[in-house]
Design a protein around this ligand. Structure first.
Ligand code: NDP
Length: 445
């Protein structure tokens, strides 16, 4: 490891003990940025890197609620307000039992660069709770959301911080959170994105992360004069991002052969066509069932506790969670001839897996570039809310495509290494420059 990176990381680890996901995210970014910063001493002198790795504010709070048996439950809520140099904090809320400060700081840190890459005026943040929505009734989810928002509402606002969905937070949760905010603040303003269409939501927002990821992959494929036609794709997860990644891949003539959840994966060599995808959407979004049921419905193989990376494919779309591809799995994908990996999830590949992809010089689109379509469309929702009007599906989709093409160009600009495009350093440097320059302009704050 470069000496300067080592010194920097020692200090990060000392200041943030035990936060391994946060260390991992910072290290990846700092490794790309250090040579750039050495060449641009203005950033070094102003200690931009040191400041950017320190959240502007972290809010942690108690979330008490009564379950259906009348028993008191206590969860912990968080909002990490990482950086507001280029706009109000923006980033999702995650509800999952694994949520802790390290995971939310890594996500908030990544979000700063991602949001900058979109070219839209949004800062970076992330929040959530260790609440597990699985197995809870609608009433319990509502009570939790109301209690969570009762504290969070003091810290957010349309020009301050605008949260959205993430793992465990979809339309149902955004509705309950919004209802409670409106009641407390006595205001109907766009303080959340991912809202339903009839009360301020944007067309294409539910689809945006998955569609955007496929649009980004399309741009990567074009650099090698390739297309999606007849490509075999593996997708992990079966939530929002996985579903709309599959939908768009089907539209583009590719064949998706896997989906998964935290219990296991299904392998359908015939392909998950639109009819089967409709079944998955109903299973996951309405019935809130397990992906295993797909295997029973369509008579295909189900692999408990397995992830899709051993299945032969041309393109892989990790769309579940962080660190879901280790070095061995990355190598397996390469050995099986994978041409590209586009990350719908945030940091799904472990650090040495990323190295494996870069060494093999495949098309590797890291999450902060490939999945930025979600937050970009959230920013478009904010614009529509401010103007109090709604754009058509075609208008939003066109803007999303344009944004993903633009992000791809920025990655190429900063990531070209001879014939190879290093999308990791390209995304990190391109995302950094805009935020860093704004921080220089604002003085020591
Ligand atoms: P959902 O909650 O809709 O779906 C998450 C999926 O991943 C589910 O299938 C879930 O399975 C699975 N999963 C969650 N945790 C784990 C785990 N620890 N191990 C294995 N599988 C797991 O979330 P999204 O689709 O919204 O988010 C997926 C990823 O995409 C996340 O990394 C998120 O940060 C990222 N992302 C999401 C954006 C958005 O707009 N929604 C924007 C940008 C990035 P199960 O049902 O068993 O929990």
């Amino acid at each position: 490891m470069d000496k300067n990176v080592e010194v920097f990381m020692d200090e990060i680890i000392r200041k943030n003990p035990g936060e391994k996901e946060f260390h991992q995210a910072v290290q990846e970014v700092v490794e790309s940025l250090m040579p750039f910063i050495e060449k641009n001493p203005k950033y070094k002198k102003a200690k931009i890197l040191e400041r950017i790795a320190e959240p502007e504010r972290v809010i942690m709070f108690r979330v008490p609620w009564l379950d259906d048996n009348g028993e008191i439950q206590i969860n912990r809520g968080y909002r990490v307000q990482m950086n507001s140099a280029i706009g109000p904090y923006k980033g999702g809320l995650r509800l999952h039992p694994s949520v802790n400060l390290s995971i939310l700081k890594f996500l908030a840190f990544e979000q700063v660069f991602k949001n900058s890459l979109t070219s839209l005026p949004i800062g970076g943040g992330k929040g959530g709770s260790n609440f597990d929505p699985k197995g809870k009734t609608d009433t319990e989810v509502m009570k939790f959301c109301q209690s969570f928002m009762t504290e969070l509402f003091k810290h957010i606002g349309p020009d301050t911080d605008v949260p959205a969905g993430d793992i465990g937070v979809g339309g149902r949760e955004i509705g309950y959170l919004f209802g409670q905010y409106k009641r407390l603040a006595n205001e109907f303003t766009g303080i959340l994105t991912g809202k339903s269409l009839n009360w301020g939501g944007s067309l294409i927002r539910p689809e945006a992360t998955g569609y955007g990821c496929v649009y980004f992959a399309e741009e990567m494929l074009k650099t090698r004069k390739e297309s999606f036609k007849d490509k075999i794709c593996t997708v992990s997860g079966s939530g929002n991002v996985a579903q709309y990644t599959t939908e768009k891949l089907n539209q583009y003539g590719a064949k998706v052969v896997t989906l998964s959840d935290s219990s296991g994966m299904i392998y359908d060599p015939e392909g998950i066509d639109d009819k089967k995808l409709a079944y998955v959407m109903d299973l996951k979004n309405i019935k809130r069932g397990r992906i295993k049921e797909y295997a029973e419905e369509y008579n295909v193989d189900y692999y408990p506790d397995k992830r899709p990376w051993e299945i032969e494919c041309d393109l892989a779309f990790p769309s579940a969670t962080q660190n879901e591809i280790n070095k061995k799995e990355a190598q397996k994908l390469i050995d099986n001839g994978v041409m590209g990996v586009a990350e719908g999830a945030n940091m799904p590949t472990e650090a040495d897996g990323v190295e494996t992809f870069l060494d093999a010089k495949i098309l590797y689109g890291p999450g902060k570039a490939a999945n930025a379509g979600g937050v970009a469309t959230s920013a478009l929702e904010m614009t529509q809310n401010s103007q109090r009007l709604s754009w058509t599906r075609e208008e939003v989709d066109k803007k999303l495509q344009w944004i993903m093409q633009n992000i791809h160009q920025s990655c190429v600009k900063y990531g070209k290494e001879g014939d190879f495009i290093n999308y990791v350093s390209g995304a990190n440097i391109a995302g950094f420059v805009k935020v860093a320059d704004a921080m220089l302009d604002h003085g020591v704050v």
